[in-house]
Design a protein around this ligand. Structure first.
Ligand SMILES: *Cc1c(COP(=O)(O)O)cnc(C)c1O
Length: 428
């Protein structure tokens, strides 16, 4: 395929936007080459600036679970826009989407809407600190909770020491309150809690990790975290920005039967508009301003266009009782197809999958945490990525990302994808 116009557009963008992009992973740094500029999208397909059609396995990094330009969502936004785009005053639609979200997700009474997943996680942690009166948090290496300071921390020497900032601009003062644990390692979490008795406000986790490939929680891991939190007066925060309204109506909480204390949302909940949210039971949410002392605010929070897109999306997912099953079946079909092709071609790999999240790792052995995810053969991934792109299939331009399956994919699209993998496999 030809990417002439995309390349030209990127060159222009680089002059006025740092790295030519407004979010780093879009820049293809992980795979080389220049990014594809998209012109429009419909259903399962992207149409790029050079007129190429691509089957999309990123889907805006999750939100487009029912496909691009999904009519009920587009219509809701267009109708709403005609009546004014922002007021900074309460609107009825905020209550409507809040009621629906609370009805779909177990164990939440109230929900506060923000503008991104980052804001949701940042605010959830502030609320956890305000509620418990404690400062420290535990996060897991390889889990992404947005780009706020507390979360940009990775393991220094050994996962049980204080984290060191992995971005300039994050202060040591902030970093010292973020403790790092290994995903799926309950002993490690127990040690951290023992070493920081009565100092930990919350444990924040992606209940299915989706930002180091797709990594499911080991059997009993989430339950053990829940128990540890209960015994030690620590709040359990599920970052369901990726998994919420994707793995089930009630997200990973429903799928695994574990209730978190605070739940963060983003991506699907906004139907493709900038929306995040965090939610909890009354006791916790009532600590938030204006009811309580923990401050949190937003000029565009609960924006009517964003709420109309989110409401249309959640309504569809709530009414279409088969949607999550269909998504899972399509993803399983893709999983089997790709695994067979890679096996037939003797390409060492591991495929992880939960519901409609799937990742292909070019390494043998289980991928259960950041270290095992990082072992994958990155050169092979780069070749794979560019091979797929050339064949008209767009997967995430990084080996550390999940593929997001959309219900707009037909079985012909899945077969097309598997055939593309077959062609590319011969070149790996
Ligand atoms: C995408 C993501 C975020 C950040 O959301 P933004 O809307 O990009 O700020 C946070 N947590 C998880 C699990 C995510 O996947």
């Amino acid at each position: 395929m030809i990417y002439k116009r995309s390349s030209a557009l990127f060159a222009e963008a680089e002059k006025v936007i740092p790295g030519g992009v407004n979010s780093p992973v879009r820049a293809f740094k992980g795979v080389g080459g220049t990014p594809v500029f998209v012109e429009e999208a419909k259903g399962a397909y992207l149409y790029d600036a050079d007129g190429n059609r691509l089957i999309d396995y990123i889907n805006s990094w999750g939100p487009m679970i029912l496909g691009h330009a999904h009519e009920p969502v587009v219509n809701a936004v267009v109708e709403k826009a005609k009546k004014g785009t922002s007021f900074g005053m309460p609107t009825e639609i905020e209550t409507q989407i809040a009621e629906l979200a609370v009805s779909m997700v177990p164990n939440i009474d109230k929900i506060r809407f923000v503008n991104s997943g980052t804001e949701a996680c940042m605010s959830a942690v502030r609320l956890a600190r305000g509620f418990t009166g404690k400062d420290k948090i535990i996060k897991f290496a390889g889990c992404y909770h947005g780009h706020s300071d507390s979360f940009l921390i990775q393991a220094g020497s050994g996962a049980s020491t204080f984290g060191t900032p992995n971005s300039p601009g994050v202060t040591k003062g902030t970093a010292k309150d973020t403790l790092l644990a290994r995903y799926n390692d309950i002993e490690n979490v127990t040690e951290l809690i023992e070493a920081n008795k009565n100092e930990i406000a919350c444990i924040i986790i992606e209940p299915v990790a989706g930002n180091m490939g797709c990594i499911p929680p080991k059997e009993g891991f989430l339950k053990s975290l829940r128990d540890l939190c209960d015994v030690n007066d620590i709040l359990l925060v599920f970052d369901e920005v990726m998994t919420g309204f994707r793995l089930a109506k009630g997200g990973a909480q429903e799928l695994y039967g574990i209730n978190a204390d605070i739940v963060c949302f983003g991506k699907v909940i906004g139907g493709g508009l900038p929306v995040g949210a965090f939610a909890a039971r009354n006791e916790i949410m009532n600590h938030l301003a204006p009811l309580g002392p923990v401050y949190q605010a937003g000029t565009l929070s609960g924006n009517p266009l964003a709420m109309s897109a989110g409401l249309a999306m959640l309504t569809e997912l709530n009414n279409d009782t088969e949607a999550f099953n269909r998504l899972e079946e399509k993803t399983a079909y893709l999983h089997e197809g790709i695994a067979k092709v890679l096996n037939d071609n003797n390409i060492v790999h591991t495929i992880n999958r939960v519901g409609s999240m799937i990742s292909v790792h070019f390494d043998e052995g289980a991928v259960t945490d950041f270290d095992t995810a990082a072992k994958g053969n990155n050169d092979r991934f780069k070749k794979f990525f560019h091979g797929m792109l050339n064949a008209g299939v767009y997967i995430a331009p990084s080996a550390f990302e999940t593929w997001f399956i959309t219900d707009a994919l037909s079985y012909e699209d899945l077969d097309f994808t598997i055939e593309a993998v077959e062609a590319v496999a011969k070149t790996l």
